[in-house]
Design a protein around this ligand. Structure first.
Ligand SMILES: Cc1ncc(C[n+]2csc(CCOP(=O)(O)OP(=O)(O)O)c2C)c(N)n1
Ligand code: SF4
Length: 481
C-alpha cells in the first residue's frame, strides 16, 4: 500500500518556543494567511535543497517573527527596506538565496520606492508580497491595497477614491518595468488556489537558483481579525471582493532576464579601484602592516559641530587604508549643530557582524555630557580618551585606562579648535596601534579639501605625538594619565 507521510518542512523549526502568555499558540491569528505562506515557502526551500544558503529578510508587520519559524539565515529589516537589504546581501553573497517577505503596508506603503527600484535593477532576489488589504499588526488601518468601500479603522465609512485614491496594483506596477523575469498574483481563497500559490512560490525561488533575475509573487491573503470575520468568511470575502480588484494569474514569466546576472557582477568595481578613485594609490596603502591586538569597538561622542562624525569617518578611512575591515555608524541628536552626536567605528581583521557599538573598548569623549553618558559602557580593560578642556572631571572607573588631554585648549593655541579631535585620535592611534601615524598623515589630505585645515590637522598630529611621548611611557600600566 502506498503511504503518504505528512511532516513539517525541515526549513521550519520543529518547535516554536514562546514565553507565556501565548506559549502554546503561534504568533499568527487563526485563519491568517501568513502561516499558510510560511509553509509553502518552507516546503519549496526543502525541495530545492537551498536551506543552508537561504537568507530570509523579514519586514515590519505581522510576519516580523518569521525568524522564530524559519530555520534559515534571518535578518529583520527596517519598515519597507527589505528589498534594499536583500539587494545588498545578493551583491555580497553570491551563493545566497535571498527572500524578501513583505506585507502591503510594508511593501506598498512606506517601502514602495524600495521595491520599485530593486525590481527595476533586476536584482536576482525573490519577493513574496502578502496582500491582505490592511495593516494587520497595528490593528487594521487602511493600506495602499485596501479596496474601495472597505471598512478599516482609518476609513470607517469605507475607502473612497475621492479621499484616499484607488487601490494600488503592485503586481501590475512591477510588471510595467523592464527588468523583472517573473510576476504572478495568487490567492489563498481555497485549496486549489493554494496549490497554484505553491507552484508560483516554487517557480519564483527556482528562478533565483537559476540566476534568472527578479521574481515577485503577490499573494492575496486573509486577515480575519482585522477584517472582523471568521476564518471561513474571510476566505469567501477574499474570493468575492479582493480577487475582482486584484485579478489572479501570471503577468510575466520570461525564460531569462534582460541582462545576464554575470554581466552585472562584471560591472562592479574592485576595492582596489575604489581606493584608486579616492586617490589612495597602491603604493600608498599600508595593507597588512597593522596587526590588531584586539578588534576595536570604538565610540566617539560630543556636541554636533565638534567633528565627531567626520573624525569617525577619518578613522574608518584610515582603517580601510590599513587594509582592515571597518564600519562607521553615526547617531545624531535631535538638532544637528549643538546637539549631541556620536559615531561607532569597528575595526577588525575579520568580517564585522554589526556596526553597532554598545560596549566600546575605546571611547573618545569631546565633552562632559558624553563622558557622563558613556563612561559606564566601556568594557573593563578598555580606554577612555577625554577632551579634558571640556570634560574637566576625572574618569571614575578604575578598571579602564583614562587619557585626559586638554585637546580643545591645545587646538586653540594651534590656531583652530576644529583639530581637537585629531589630537585625541593621534593619541588613540599611538596607544592602540589600530592605525599608523603615517596612514593618518596620508588620509587627512584626502579627506579634508581645504589646505589650511590640512595644515592645521597635520600640526595637531605632531602635538598629539608629543603629548603621547611625554605622558605615556612605553611600559606605562597605570589606570590614569
Ligand atoms: C518606521 C515605522 N513606521 C511605522 C511602524 C508601525 N508599523 C508596524 S507594523 C505596520 C504595518 C504593517 O502592515 P503590513 O505591512 O500590511 O503587514 P501585516 O501586519 O498586515 O502583515 C506599521 C505601520 C513601524 N514599526 N516602523
Ligand atoms: S492581524 Fe491579520 S495579518 Fe496579523 S496575524 Fe492576525 S490575521 Fe494575520
Amino acid at each position: 500500500m502506498h503511504t503518504i507521510k505528512h511532516q513539517k518542512a525541515r526549513s521550519l523549526y520543529p518547535t516554536f518556543d514562546r514565553k507565556a502568555p501565548g506559549a502554546d499558540v503561534s504568533h499568527y491569528c487563526p485563519g491568517c494567511g501568513h502561516g499558510t505562506v510560511h509553509n509553502l515557502i518552507a516546503e519549496a526551500i526543502d525541495d530545492l535543497g537551498i536551506q543552508d544558503r537561504t537568507i530570509f529578510c523579514s519586514p515590519v508587520g505581522c510576519s516580523v517573527f518569521a525568524y522564530y519559524y524559519f530555520d534559515v539565515g534571518n535578518i529583520q529589516c527596517a519598515h519597507g527596506r527589505a528589498p534594499a537589504v536583500a539587494s545588498a546581501i545578493r551583491r555580497t553573497h553570491e551563493e545566497a538565496i535571498v527572500i524578501s517577505y513583505q506585507g502591503d503596508g510594508d511593501l506598498a506603503g512606506i517601502g514602495m520606492s524600495q521595491i520599485v527600484h530593486a525590481a527595476n535593477r533586476g536584482e536576482n532576489i525573490t519577493v513574496f508580497f502578502i496582500n491582505n488589504a490592511i495593516y494587520g499588526m497595528t490593528g487594521g488601518q487602511m493600506a495602499p491595497t485596501t479596496i474601495l468601500g472597505q471598512n478599516t479603522v482609518t476609513t470607517p465609512a469605507g475607502r473612497l477614491a475621492a479621499n484616499e485614491g484607488f487601490p494600488v496594483g503592485v503586481a501590475e506596477i512591477i510588471n510595467s518595468l523592464q527588468a523583472p523575469v517573473f510576476v504572478e498574483r495568487v490567492s489563498l481563497a481555497g485549496p486549489v488556489k493554494v496549490m497554484k500559490a505553491r507552484m508560483a512560490i516554487r517557480k519564483a525561488l527556482r528562478n533565483q537558483v537559476e540566476k534568472k533575475g527578479f521574481s515577485l509573487v503577490e499573494i492575496l491573503s486573509p486577515c480575519p481579525v482585522n477584517w472582523k470575520m471568521t476564518a471561513v468568511e474571510s476566505r469567501r470575502w477574499l474570493e468575492n471582493n479582493l480577487e475582482p480588484v486584484f485579478p489572479v494569474g501570471n503577468l510575466r514569466d520570461l525564460p531569462k532576464g534582460p541582462f545576464d546576472q554575470v554581466d552585472k557582477k562584471k560591472a562592479r568595481i574592485s576595492d582596489r579601484k575604489i581606493l584608486e578613485i579616492l586617490g589612495v594609490g597602491e603604493e600608498e596603502v599600508h595593507t597588512g602592516t597593522v596587526r590588531l591586538k584586539e578588534e576595536q569597538n570604538f565610540k566617539i561622542a560630543g556636541f554636533g559641530g565638534q567633528g565627531v562624525l567626520s573624525t569617525g569617518i577619518l578613522l574608518a578611512n584610515c582603517a580601510i587604508a590599513e587594509g582592515l575591515k571597518t564600519t562607521w555608524l553615526p547617531s545624531y541628536g535631535a538638532e544637528m549643530r549643538g546637539g549631541t552626536a556620536n559615531a561607532s567605528i569597528n575595526i577588525s581583521h575579520e568580517t564585522i557582524g554589526s556596526p553597532i557599538v554598545s560596549f566600546p573598548n575605546a571611547l573618545m569623549v569631546m565633552n562632559l555630557p558624553s563622558l557622563d553618558a558613556f563612561e559606564d559602557t566601556v568594557r573593563p580593560g578598555g580606554a577612555i580618551y577625554v577632551n579634558s578642556s571640556l570634560a574637566p572631571r576625572k574618569v571614575r572607573r578604575e578598571d579602564v585606562t583614562a587619557y585626559h588631554i586638554p585637546a580643545s585648549d591645545i587646538a586653540n593655541d594651534l590656531g583652530g579648535i576644529q583639530c581637537a579631535s585629531v589630537i585625541l585620535l593621534t593619541v588613540y592611534a599611538l596607544v592602540s596601534g589600530a592605525i599608523t601615524i603615517e596612514t593618518l598623515q596620508k588620509v587627512i589630505p584626502l579627506a579634508i579639501k581645504r589646505k589650511n585645515l590640512v595644515d592645521l590637522n597635520m600640526r595637531a598630529i605632531e602635538v598629539g605625538i608629543a603629548w603621547h611621548r611625554e605622558n605615556c611611557p612605553k611600559e606605562e600600566k597605570t589606570t590614569e594619565v
